[in-house]
Ligand binder design. Structure first.
Ligand code: C2E
Ligand code: MG
Ligand code: MG
Length: 699
């Protein structure tokens, strides 16, 4: 172990020598001696001993006490005074320099050693304590939380700088202050003063953990804090409280975030309108009211923007967002103050029409909403016309759950989209049944696609001139495991609405191309087959690409692949349709307008469509022999086709009489059960084989 180093200050040289010798004998290292105060100071500072044995009375202007004071100013070292005599005065003075020992000459070795060891121990202990305090102090200063400590009476002893700033005080002015005066707290919810730290923690011994409170600052303002308070117990007894320590954290920012999150949970960020969650809640409250009062009724409206997707994709999402905000303003102006408007999802707004008198008043509200759409919207300096389709559900006490009303409003708006785009429709129970069927079928159909349960049938089309097959129409057949045979008239609309038609349509087209190739290869026949295309397929960007790839994969001529579209498809997006059809026709594919006469084609546009054939719809053929009206329509279509240089075909011909009338009136092609229903591929092959002359007509 390292020896402790000592400095001996003694003006009697012999005494100094004697003491030094004794100390060395005891095992200390005497690093130096000094006889004068000045020397003592200089040597202490240069030698840095562990302890100084200091004679009080030096023959010098500077005595031992003054020297010790001087030394301790810059160097913290324990000093033991020794003196031969002492008066009270000297003793008093010696106290000032906080000596570590006081020993009267003459002293024996034992006395000296005990004094030195005690002084060294005391000094080490004090230094350790000081270091701990410094650590604590640094910690308190650097901690992010405010820290306040009190004694057992609840009087403030420590306040760190964070706490100073938080309360708006300086630590010095708080010393000894009752804690309740420094930390004035109010309940977070009620704003009532209810936490008394002194009685809760010090008297009842309860700890507080992260309790939210408002802290009243010195300037009177209030800041939300999270506060914890714990008892400080006496280490030895472990029961007696010797004070408490309180930590507080400013949570203003956190509260701000929390409020924002809570707001976001119930409000749409774009429009600041109630979102779906809050809307459902409002509907729930309205339902509760219908239970309480029998004459209270309300309605839920779903407003779905028409063709919003086009705007979003065409002008960009920020334009779409701006439009949504505009629309939200207009709708909220159109409805009553008591009504709730919500942005339910993307382009769907929902309204609770509160306390309605009758269906008539709902219709009036719908008209007001529709009127709100009448003036074009201005987006990116453009005028955009947009309409909304409305689904209506009335609650006369018949709904118990908000979700049921939402479900039916959704059904109504979907139905309205199909039947009355830009209009409104009131939900009825039949719709619910249909919606259920829709969901079930969609699932069943998805499975059918995966399990390849679809089949293409072929229906011969006969040339009136030759009496032989001119071409075929491909018609999709589905025999569901669950529902048996399902008519395309039923499942195609569902496939279209669910988007499944894209996959199914592609599959039909590729199957047909393969079939044409195989007839060519196996029977040596060039059979032209036309395929029905749905509107949804036209919205697909890669339609022409898909058709071209199917053709080149099967290696057949584009002339053998006909395409059928209905008037509805053609008129949906005229420019787009014309564009696509032109590309396809240029490759050689013949194009027919299906179900002609049932839609609302504009003749002006019809002229621009690159088409080859008009197909007279079956509805005009069925009663053609009896109905003068149908006869007139059929004749008009034939005349129109002739004037435009188009072929004309009649669908659904079942009887000889129908056939005769149509042929007599110039119809060139016949399709119908009179000749054959749609046949599976194998049966169609047999039909073709019996009908040899096709080679002539097909080329
Ligand atoms: P469509 O294109 O007008 O097809 C003619 C429909 O009339 C077919 O009904 C056909 O079986 C039926 N038909 C033909 N001759 C007669 C007849 O003499 N009497 C009677 N009662 N019916 C006759 P189907 O196959 O039920 O198809 C219905 C509709 O489903 C089709 O009308 C077409 O719009 C659509 N469809 C069928 N297959 C497909 C397809 O692969 N894709 C698309 N997108 N739609 C298809
Ligand atoms: Mg067709
Ligand atoms: Mg048709």
């Amino acid at each position: 172990m390292k020896k402790n180093t000592l400095l001996v200050v003694e003006d009697e040289v012999l005494v100094a020598k004697d003491i030094s010798a004794r100390l060395t004998q005891m095992g200390y290292e005497v690093v130096g001696t000094a006889g004068k105060g000045k020397d003592a100071i200089a040597r202490a500072l240069s030698l840095r001993p562990d302890l100084i044995l200091m004679d009080i009375h030096l023959r010098d202007q500077i005595d031992g006490i003054t020297a010790a004071q001087e030394i301790n100013k810059t160097y913290d070292v324990p000093v033991i005074f020794c003196t031969a005599y002492s008066n009270n005065d000297t003793l008093e003075r010696a106290k000032i320099s906080a000596p570590y020992g006081y020993i009267l000459k003459p002293f024996d070795n034992r006395e000296l050693e005990i004094n030195i060891e005690i002084a060294l121990y005391k000094h080490r202990a004090e230094r350790a304590l000081r270091e701990t305090e410094q650590h604590l102090d640094t910690t308190l200063r650097n901690i992010n939380d405010g820290v306040v400590a009190t004694d057992r009476m609840g009087r403030v002893s420590i306040v760190n700088s964070v706490a100073e700033n938080l309360v708006g005080v300086t630590a010095s002015e708080t010393q000894g202050m009752p804690i309740g005066q420094l930390l004035e707290l109010k309940d977070f919810e009620t704003g009532v003063h209810n936490v008394d730290l002194r009685s809760t923690v010090l008297e009842q011994g309860e700890d507080l953990w992260n309790v939210r409170q408002y802290l009243v600052r010195r300037n009177g303002s209030e800041v939300p804090v999270e506060i914890s308070a714990n008892l400080i117990r006496d280490n030895e007894t472990d029961t007696n409280a010797i004070g408490m320590v309180i930590s507080l954290r400013d949570i203003s920012q956190q509260i701000g975030y929390e409020r924002q999150i809570q707001h976001n949970a119930f409000y749409d960020t774009l429009t600041s309108l109630p979102n779906r969650t809050l809307f459902l809640d409002r509907v729930g409250h309205a339902i509760d009211r219908t239970r309480q009062s029998s004459d209270y009724r309300f309605a839920v409206l779903f407003i779905d923007l028409d063709n919003f997707r086009v705007i979003n994709e065409g002008l960009g999402h920020s334009a779409g967002d701006a439009l949504i905000v505009d629309v939200s303003h207009r709708i909220s102006e159109a409805i009553g103050h008591a009504d709730t408007l919500s942005r339910f999802s993307g382009d769907i707004f929902a309204v609770v029409l509160d306390d309605i008198a009758s269906l008539q008043s709902v219709i009036e509200s719908c008209n007001k909403i529709k009127k709100a759409f009448a003036t074009p919207f201005s987006v990116n300096h453009r005028h955009i016309e947009i309409s909304g389709t409305i689904g209506i559900v009335l609650n006369n006490g018949n709904y118990r759950q908000p979700e049921e009303m939402i479900r039916d409003a959704d059904t109504a708006v979907h139905r309205a989209k199909r039947e009355a785009k830009g209009g409104y429709l009131v939900f009825d129970t039949q719709m619910h049944a249909n919606a259920l069927r829709y969901i079930e079928w969609r699932e069943e159909m998805q499975q059918a696609i995966d399990a390849q349960k679809f089949e293409v049938y072929y229906q011969p089309i006969i040339s009136a001139e030759t009496g032989h097959v001119a071409s075929m129409e491909a018609l999709l057949r589905w025999k569901s495991d669950k529902y048996g045979y399902v008519s395309p008239a039923d499942f195609i609309p569902i496939a279209e609405e669910s988007g499944l038609i894209v996959q199914i349509g592609e599959w039909v087209l590729r199957s047909v191309c393969k079939q044409i190739a195989s007839w060519q290869l196996e029977l040596g026949l060039q059979v032209r087959v036309s395929v029905n295309l749905s509107a949804v397929q036209f919205e697909q960007k890669n339609l022409t690409q898909m058709i071209t790839s199917a053709l080149s994969e099967s290696g057949i001529s584009p002339k053998l692949l006909g395409l059928e579209i209905t008037e509805g498809v053609a008129m949906r997006d005229i420019e787009l349709t014309i564009n696509i059809l032109e590309q396809l026709q240029q490759q050689g594919m013949p194009i027919s307008i299906d179900d002609f006469g049932t839609g609302y084609s504009s003749l002006a546009y019809l002229k621009r469509f690159p088409i080859d054939t008009l197909k007279i719809d079956r509805s005009f053929v069925t009663e053609i022999t009896e109905s003068k009206n149908d006869q007139a329509i059929a004749q008009a279509i034939v005349a129109l086709a002739q004037s435009m240089g188009l072929n004309v075909l009649a669908e659904g011909v079942e009887t000889n009489e129908q056939l005769d009338f149509l042929i007599a009136n110039g119809c060139e092609f016949i399709q119908g059960h009179y000749y054959s229903p749609a046949l599976p591929a194998a049966a169609a092959s047999q039909y073709l084989c019996r009908d040899k002359p096709i080679k002539k007509t097909g080329t």
